[in-house]
Unconditional design. Structure first.
Length: 161
């Protein structure tokens, strides 16, 4: 059974997002080993940070993210400049990875400033949900739903219409 990890910066504060994610986590247990790893958000000392301070935050968060990724993992970095896939294309991607023998897929969601260049360089795939910007908590919920939908598509389930 394939392992799907969401590695993300920050905690979810809104109960409604947590409840939705928990529901998809429960549903995903039929298809994969699904985990979410929350890493602490790096604190910034200024209300108006300069680029150097932002780069420090990205580097520190990036190091923590990379520590959670194994060398053999397939990594999908969630970033605005990434490729947009349909639900069917995501399903095919996960199917292909499984057929190629990949046992672990890590989806990485950065903090409020995004992802470090080191994380993006490590990524096998840069993936974008939309050209629009979503709160990171919402992105985590949407990604969980899309992963569930991808498995439903590949098993001809009734969820995806």
């Amino acid at each position: 059974m394939i392992r799907i990890n969401i590695i993300c910066i920050g905690k979810i504060k809104e109960k409604y997002f947590t409840e939705a994610i928990n529901e998809y986590e429960k549903r995903l247990s039929a298809f994969c080993k699904f985990t979410i790893t929350e890493l602490p958000e790096e604190k910034i000392r200024s209300n108006t940070p300069n680029q150097s301070q932002i780069d420090e935050v990205l580097e520190a968060e990036g190091k923590r993210i990379l520590q959670k990724i194994s060398q053999s993992d397939f990594v999908a970095a969630m970033c605005i400049e990434g490729k947009m896939l349909s639900s069917e294309e995501l399903s095919k991607t996960l199917d292909t990875l499984s057929l190629e023998g990949k046992s672990t897929v890590d989806f990485v969601i950065g903090g409020s400033y995004g992802l470090s260049s080191a994380v993006k360089t490590r990524a096998n795939l840069k993936l974008s949900m939309s050209r629009m910007t979503f709160p990171h908590q919402m992105a985590r919920m949407i990604l969980s739903e899309q992963i569930y939908r991808a498995f439903e598509i590949s098993t001809n389930g009734k969820y995806h219409k």
